[in-house]
Design a protein around this ligand. Structure first.
Ligand SMILES: O=C(O)c1cc(=O)[nH]c(=O)n1[C@@H]1O[C@H](COP(=O)(O)O)[C@@H](O)[C@H]1O
Length: 236
């Protein structure tokens, strides 16, 4: 999908990192038409949130199921095959070759799009070294992007800091999905590789994943609307 084919509103993915299905449904009602794309990750998925994938999809919203799978290839393939039936648009797996190969096999001919998590946005070069890697963030992100493309993955999760370099490697063949988004003046929290929504779009990101700056805002709808306006402005 070329950037021009993505509806501007779909570019904001709000992470429903909330403690219960009730809290998530209240947030979805509050955000109303301002948000069309939601992410369900560990917190909500392990709190009974998986049935919300089909419910949201049936109501016309898109869902990014962020399970960040990583296991032996056979287990990943079988897990992804089960996940194809949930109704999500995107699923994350970590960008290890065996994992991505298993995910592509398990996805089969379903419409589920597979995203490879390159290097988590809470990591910098020192964190990678402490985890035993010899490459720095940009080298590892780029190496993993090349592997992800060769193995038939549909998109990459990285910080917007790497979006420009990744676009040069994968063109518009893969979606660039970027967390680590912080509107000007918002708390960084545990994120280390961050950009504002406008800068991320200008850097070439297709989708922006935003959690706390929206769901922990005093007025989540106003926060989402402000990000949507920034995206539209940056798209020019
Ligand atoms: O795969 C992800 O979505 C992800 C990858 C990554 O490298 N960094 C990252 O923050 N995320 C997710 O994106 C969301 C960001 O949330 P906030 O930091 O609250 O905006 C969280 O749900 C993270 O799990």
């Amino acid at each position: 999908m070329t950037p021009a084919e993505i509806a501007p509103k779909d570019r904001l993915i709000v992470a429903l990192d909330l403690p219960s299905v009730d809290a998530a449904e209240a947030m979805i009602a509050r955000l109303g038409d301002s948000v069309t794309f939601y992410k369900i990750g560990y917190r909500l998925a392990y709190a009974g949130g998986l049935p919300l994938v089909a419910k949201l999809a049936d109501s016309g919203k898109k869902v990014f199921l962020d399970l960040k799978l990583h296991d032996i290839g056979n287990t990943v393939a079988q897990g992804v095959e089960s996940i194809t039936k949930l109704g999500a648009t995107f699923l994350t797996v970590h960008a290890y070759p065996q994992t991505m190969k298993g995910a592509v096999e398990g996805r089969g001919s379903s419409k589920l799009k597979l995203l490879a998590v390159t290097v988590l946005t809470s990591y910098n070069d020192d964190d990678l070294r402490a985890a035993g890697f010899r490459l720095d963030v940009s080298e590892l992100v780029e190496a993993r992007a090349q592997q992800a493309r060769a193995l038939g993955m549909d998109g990459l999760v990285s910080s917007p800091e790497e979006a420009g370099a990744l676009r040069k490697i994968v063109g518009h063949q893969m979606a660039l999905v970027t967390p680590g988004i912080r509107p000007a003046g918002s708390e960084t929290g545990d994120q280390k590789r961050i950009m504002t929504p406008a800068r991320a779009i200008s850097a070439g990101a297709d989708y922006l994943v935003v959690g706390r700056p929206v769901v922990e805002a005093a007025d989540p709808k106003a926060a989402a609307d402000a990000i949507q306006a920034e995206i539209v402005q940056a798209l020019g």
